[in-house]
Unconditional design. Structure first.
Length: 379
């Protein structure tokens, strides 16, 4: 099971490390290895959240997520995205941006640093909306009941999460964005940039998340009518495919997953510049890490881990909320990537431990009930 799920990740790791060694010797080898670990640690919560969505999709779309999705994640966000940042922020053409990334790495890093406020605002707002919509939803299973119960009651107020997100964006714009961090330790006013980028992140979430939720509901309705529609189509000589029916809903969930992955990758891409400004090594290291995140997502789905350890999804969403706030704070202040990674690991670790304790309590209660049943039956 492990080899089947992580086989491609192992293969990509071997090829990536060999390519790094051939490109720059043992120094490049070590940089790529460190970047891979950085990406995995920063994106573990991404895998948990992805798994919660992916388990709703059929086998066909899970394969799409592992094939086309990984191409988007590795080549799109870890290779193309850093170049696009430079092209947009410096108003350069794609070819010029690539040439700059390869020939003038220091200038390239400066441009990415200067574009960070816009990136942080967009990604921070997108992730913040995911967190807010999660904690304001009334769920049967609650991890931190003392906090989640009152928040679920507040969640009955329409558009509350949007209002809170906009308030946080406004506060970030008038505090952090007025002294946004730039290369060389300089600070400039990027209030309008942060506001526009944050609103763009909010709109992206509402459009993609809204469409995926709408079609997920439609899928459930279609599944109930599936048998009748197949019989009708067969009479007309046009058999209906169950995969095609699921495709509309799954496509938007797939799109949602890709946008979600993009938002998670922002901190990894920006954090990678603290280690290297070589775009080749960056793409290799972050690409290897992205492969493991994808494989881990599928592993969690196939093993039913989220069903067994029920608080993991809660911990991942709290980690998302923490990451969103960290991204907004980094508009002005530099925060070490180790701290960012540890916050997510600690929250997910705590939720895992709580899940283990919950399972033990349930097992103990069931054991006592079984003993009482045997005694009462005279066994």
């Amino acid at each position: 099971m492990v080899l089947k799920t992580f086989g491609w990740s192992f293969a990509v790791t071997a090829l990536g490390l060999v390519a790094a060694f051939l490109f720059g010797g043992w120094t490049a080898f070590g940089i790529v290895a460190i970047l891979s670990i950085l990406e995995i640690s920063l994106s573990f919560d991404n895998a948990v959240v992805n798994a919660g969505i992916l388990k709703k999709m059929n086998a066909f779309w899970q394969k799409i997520f592992l094939t086309i999705g990984i191409l988007i994640a590795v080549f799109g966000m870890r290779l193309v995205f850093p170049v696009v940042i430079v092209a947009v922020s410096a108003q350069l053409g794609p070819i010029e941006a690539v040439d700059l990334a390869l020939s003038d790495k220091d200038r390239y890093q400066e441009l990415v640093t200067d574009a960070h406020p816009a990136i942080a605002a967009f990604g921070g707002m997108f992730l913040l909306m995911i967190f807010l919509d999660f904690i304001f939803e009334d769920r049967d299973i609650k991890w931190l009941g003392w906090l989640e119960r009152p928040l679920a009651k507040l969640g009955k107020i329409d558009m509350l999460s949007v209002c809170i997100a906009l308030i946080i964006l406004l506060i970030s714009a008038v505090t952090f964005a007025t002294q946004a961090h730039q290369h060389g330790g300089a600070h400039v006013d990027k209030t309008s940039t942060v506001l526009l980028s944050g609103i763009a992140g909010l709109i992206t979430y509402m459009v993609v998340g809204g469409l995926s939720g709408f079609f997920e509901d439609k899928l459930e309705e279609e599944e109930e009518r599936e048998h009748e529609e197949e019989e009708k189509a067969a009479r007309e000589g046009k058999p209906r495919s169950a995969v095609a029916m699921a495709g509309k809903a799954a496509f938007f969930m797939f799109l949602y997953l890709e946008v979600l992955d993009a938002s998670f990758s922002f901190d990894g891409v920006i954090g990678a510049f603290a280690i290297t400004n070589d775009i080749v090594l960056m793409a290799l290291g972050l690409g290897i890490g992205a492969m493991y995140v994808r494989s881990l997502t599928v592993y969690l789905v196939r093993q039913g881990t989220l069903d067994e350890y029920v608080y993991l999804e809660h911990g991942a969403h709290y980690a998302i909320g923490a990451l969103a706030m960290i991204l907004l704070v980094t508009i002005r202040f530099e925060i070490n990537e180790i701290i960012t990674g540890l916050v997510g690991v600690v929250l997910i670790g705590a939720s895992f431990w709580s899940s283990v304790r919950r399972n033990k309590r349930i097992a103990a209660v069931e054991g006592k009930d079984a003993v009482k049943t045997e005694i009462s039956s005279g066994v």
